[in-house]
Design a protein around this ligand. Structure first.
Ligand code: ADP
Ligand code: MG
Length: 399
């Protein structure tokens, strides 16, 4: 789960981390009120969307000359004008895709005199089973380019969670950022605070870009992105409250209500599978046969009629879907029970696209019989390859 920049900053501030003052706003009036509470004379109005690259983003509706999603404002009047322009309009950034994201919230924050921009991020590194802290002296809006053309400027420090954060980790971070004197000490302290926050909050990712050195010699977090391990969210009701469903895909929200793991993709073949590994294999084999999956969908171990129906509805809610491939292994659930679920669900949703079903496992023959006698145009398949070839052929025949 992702949260907004201002929410992440509020969480980090609780750990004593240096954050410029700021106020979130849902309306132009709130933006003006927020600005009035700040010392001035420089304010920054920032679009709050769950995507980065806002500074270089474009409000396409406002024409090619419009400024991006992070706007320096030299007076309250400018804050007001910028807030008016941004709220309700769609910001397209390198991370939003072409459709962009509508800006419904703003953050009005203190303008900072920046001496230098740095980069610092943390994530759970699955390869090492440790927390990785990644730093660079070349922070700011071009970090992707730095990673691409000068990877030696990116330094990774790994921290074993069993050992916890040690003073030498802090020194390595400060050294990686090439900081000396008091700034070096500040970086060591900050790294420890960030590690504590990261572990305490069960973060999956925490990125600070830029981390800035101010003209008066302080390290401040100017921008931050934070995401959480959704399996640990139950431990953090306060974090769960920060969820902004308007930023999420409505189909993914619907899926989570039924405990379905669903991720929308760009292809034409809707997939309904049980088990993440089988789902991945199904997607691969569709690609191998020349088409692309419209989604990843794992209905889990207990593929009940209710779940299968919800899954069908979610898949069919995607206008790109031209055919559905159901690939279910009846292990704990028996194939006949699954087949009944599929038939009931297919009738319930008035299935209008080709449906190929591959069942395997306990009571598979009974299951196949139920599908064959359903009166529905269900195409049975015997194995993964057969299923993928059949759905691709069915879809191409209709087109
Ligand atoms: P994004 O990463 O989405 O583009 P940032 O918050 O990183 O958004 O802002 C982009 C750039 O705008 C930063 O690299 C920094 O140079 C500038 N900036 C952001 N916030 C402030 C601020 N409070 N004061 C001064 N400059 C800022
Ligand atoms: Mg940034």
């Amino acid at each position: 789960m992702n949260i907004h920049e201002y929410q992440a900053k509020e969480l980090l501030a609780k750990y004593g981390i240096g954050i410029p003052a700021g106020h979130a706003a849902l309306t132009v009036e709130e933006a003006v009120e927020g600005a009035k509470k700040l010392p001035g004379p420089l304010y920054v109005v920032k679009a709050q969307i769950h995507a980065g690259g806002r500074g270089k983003g474009k409000f396409t509706e406002l024409g090619p000359d419009a400024k991006g999603g992070v706007r320096l404002s030299k007076s309250i009047e400018e804050v007001e004008a910028n807030a008016k322009e941004m709220l309700g309009n769609t910001l397209v950034t390198i991370q939003t895709g072409d459709a962009g994201k509508q800006v419904n919230r703003l953050y009005v924050t203190d303008g900072v005199d920046i001496a230098k921009e740095y980069y610092l991020s943390m994530l759970v590194d699955r390869a090492t089973g440790r927390v990785a802290m990644i730093v660079s002296t070349e922070g700011g809006m071009d970090i992707e380019e730095v990673a691409h053309s000068t990877p030696e400027k990116i330094v990774t420090i790994t921290i074993d969670p069993a050992e916890g954060f040690q003073p030498h980790h802090g020194r390595a971070v400060a050294f990686g950022l090439k900081l000396t004197g008091d700034l070096n000490k500040q970086a060591q302290k900050l790294a420890k605070q960030l590690y504590t926050a990261f572990v305490d909050l069960d973060c999956a990712m925490l990125e600070i870009n830029p981390l800035v050195e101010t003209e008066d010699g302080n390290l401040l977090v100017l921008d931050t992105k934070m995401s959480f391990d959704s399996n640990a969210l139950y431990r953090h009701p306060d974090v769960m409250e920060l969820r902004d469903e308007t930023e999420e895909d409505p189909a993914e929200i619907e899926a989570s209500k039924y405990d379905l793991a669903y991720i929308k993709l760009d292809g034409d073949i809707g997939c309904m599978v049980n088990g993440a590994g089988l789902a991945m294999a199904t997607m691969d084999i569709i690609k191998l046969n020349g088409m692309f999956p419209a989604n990843f969908l794992d209905v889990g171990g207990g593929a009940t009629t209710e779940k299968v129906t919800a899954a069908f509805k979610i898949i069919l809610g995607d206008p790109n879907v031209k055919g559905i491939l159901v690939n279910i292994f009846g292990g704990i659930m028996k194939c006949d029970v699954i087949a009944e679920g599929i038939v009931a669900a297919a009738k319930d949703v008035n299935l209008s696209v080709p449906l190929v079903v591959r069942l395997e496992g306990t009571n598979v023959d009974k299951g196949k019989e139920i599908l064959a006698n359903s009166g529905l145009a269900i195409v049975p398949a015997n194995d993964l390859g057969d299923a993928a070839r059949k759905i691709v052929a069915e879809v191409k025949a209709v087109a």
